[in-house]
Design a protein around this ligand. Structure first.
Ligand code: KIV
Ligand code: ZN
Length: 513
């Protein structure tokens, strides 16, 4: 029988650390349910001690998810670990993931601790955690750049204290595949009790090698857990992509000889959900989940694929969930069909009143757009005017005028804390005029650092435009996403959504990795 490769998803923790990717409790719950449908083995739901908001997210996910283990990150101290355990109380299966840096650089410059102090702290933390939870993961942060002798000493000690998984992070994405694989192998060979724990890899993508390094850690090093995120989400160049790891192991089972639990048909829906929720757009040529991943443009390829699919295809689009991209509803669909589709997509509304609001918005959209796809519904459900989350600012109406040779003008009406404001401005284009109008009233002072527009469903100008706006202010970076068939309206919605995030001053202590 083939070995099992454990898929540990950290989209909601390490992925969320990406500036602008922060998610609300409801958004995280929705993604956690999708991860459960995807059948990931472990969901790292957050870092419970970092803020009350994160604590509530981990708790809500722990109380909801039944089929995956729910994990919280914790620094190697009693307070963090106790807080993680408290958040995980309701979980059917829980894990505490505790970490402390072990590289000379991090110990000296960041922790200001001696190696002996770090050694003791690691041991005591795992001992403390093990009394609260049976499933304990330990990570030596910046493990790949740590002194191997010291690392072996720490790893042996934490296994003796009851750590069940040892994760070796390449925190800064410095590794190359062969060396990282050999590094894991040599640690496993040198740590005397290494067979008492599962070994795990956690690679960042700074040199574009996170997936290759992780696979080398599995193949050469013998790791049996991979830590990854949907779409490779994560700070800087991101984490290892879940979809690439899973499809590499499945497609090249002849080489890796490993099984994964994952239901691959849920990959594309998960990718879309994460992208639409965070505003981090998936590049078209991204493996597995990019819009072009299965598009054969050249005549020679098309001819070959038509004759026999495997001439140019090593995976089938429908096996990773592309077939799910179908027209689901139209303007004649009733409330029950709409509600059923929400449920199938894992979207839960707080109340019947919220479903009514979403249904009214759906009807409005269906009047303007003949075909409604799953992505349209996900975008509609994430819209703050439907979820009423963090909704301090809300678009009421927008009028704009643009004409060749004239400077565009926009008039925007929006609500702030329930009070309506009207604003007008001109601008270089209608989007610029609309955002300037809003800013003239709000006076946020935020810097616009990213603006992007995408068609939610490809292939037609009838598609909804999905706009991402990234704002930076006072050391915080937030993304706002807005969707509408009119991209000027979508832009105003995205801008207000980003302002809402800036307005909710959720203080967070960022994890170190
Ligand atoms: O990259 C890293 O070192 C981390 C750890 C906290 C596991 O994310
Ligand atoms: Zn990390």
């Amino acid at each position: 029988m083939a070995d099992q490769l454990i898929i540990f998803d950290t989209t909601l923790r390490d992925g969320e650390q990406s500036p602008g990717a922060s998610m609300t409790r409801d958004e995280k719950l929705r993604i956690a349910r999708q991860l459960e449908r995807l059948k990931v083995d472990v969901i790292e739901a957050g870092f419970a001690a970092s803020s009350n908001g994160d604590f509530e997210c981990v708790k809500a996910i722990a109380n909801t998810i039944k089929d995956s283990t729910v994990c919280s990150l914790a620094r190697a101290n009693d307070r963090d670990i106790a807080r993680a355990a408290e958040a995980l109380v309701g979980a059917k299966r829980s894990r505490i993931h505790t970490f402390i840096a072990t590289s000379a650089l991090h110990m000296e410059k960041k922790l200001r601790m001696s190696p002996d102090q770090v050694f003791e702290q690691a041991k005591l933390s795992v001992r403390f955690a093990r009394n609260l939870c049976a499933d304990i993961e330990f990570s030596p942060e910046d493990g790949y750049r740590s002194d191997p002798d010291f690392l072996c000493r720490v790893l042996e000690a934490v296994i003796n204290e009851g750590a069940t998984t040892l994760n070796i992070p390449d925190t800064v994405g410095y590794a190359v595949p062969e060396l990282y694989g050999e590094f894991i192998r040599s640690l496993r060979e040198r740590v005397p009790n290494s067979d008492k724990a599962i070994w795990s890899v956690h690679c960042h993508n700074d040199l574009g090698m996170a997936v290759a390094n992780s696979l080398a850690g599995v193949k050469i090093g013998g790791a049996r857990q991979v830590e990854c995120t949907i779409n490779g989400l994560g700070e800087r160049a991101g984490n290892c992509s879940l979809e690439e790891i899973v499809m590499a192991v499945k497609t090249r089972r002849d080489y890796f000889g490993l099984d994964v639990n994952i239901d691959a048909t849920q990959i594309v829906p998960a990718s879309r959900m994460v992208s639409q929720t965070t505003g981090f757009v998936v590049q078209p040529n991204k493996a597995v989940v990019g819009a072009n991943a299965f598009a054969h443009a050249s005549g020679i390829h098309q001819d070959g694929v038509l004759k026999a699919r495997d001439t140019y295809e090593i995976m089938r689009a429908e096996d990773v969930g592309w077939a799910a991209n179908k027209i689901v509803l139209g303007k004649l669909s009733g409330r029950n069909a709409f509600k059923a589709r929400l449920q199938e997509l894992g979207i839960e509304m707080e109340s019947e009143a919220d479903i009514n609001t979403a249904f009214a918005r759906f009807k409005d959209l269906a009047d303007r757009k003949s075909e409604i796809f799953d992505e349209d519904i996900i975008a509609l459900a994430s819209d703050e005017s439907v979820t009423r989350e963090q909704e301090h600012y809300r678009l009421v109406s927008l009028r704009q005028h643009s004409e060749t040779g004239e400077r565009p003008q926009a008039s925007v009406v929006f609500a702030a804390g329930g009070v309506e404001h009207s604003a007008e401005s001109d601008g270089n284009g209608p989007v610029d005029a609309s955002l300037k109008a809003i800013e003239s009233q709000v006076g946020s002072g935020a810097e616009l650092v990213l603006y992007s527009v995408n068609a939610i469903t490809s292939g037609s100008t009838e598609s909804q435009g999905e706009v991402t706006v990234r704002l930076q202010h006072g050391g915080r970076v937030v993304n706002g996403v807005g969707a509408d068939p009119d991209i000027v309206v979508a832009s105003a919605k995205a801008y207000l959504a980003a302002l809402n995030k800036l307005h909710s001053k959720a203080e967070r202590v960022a994890a170190q990795g």
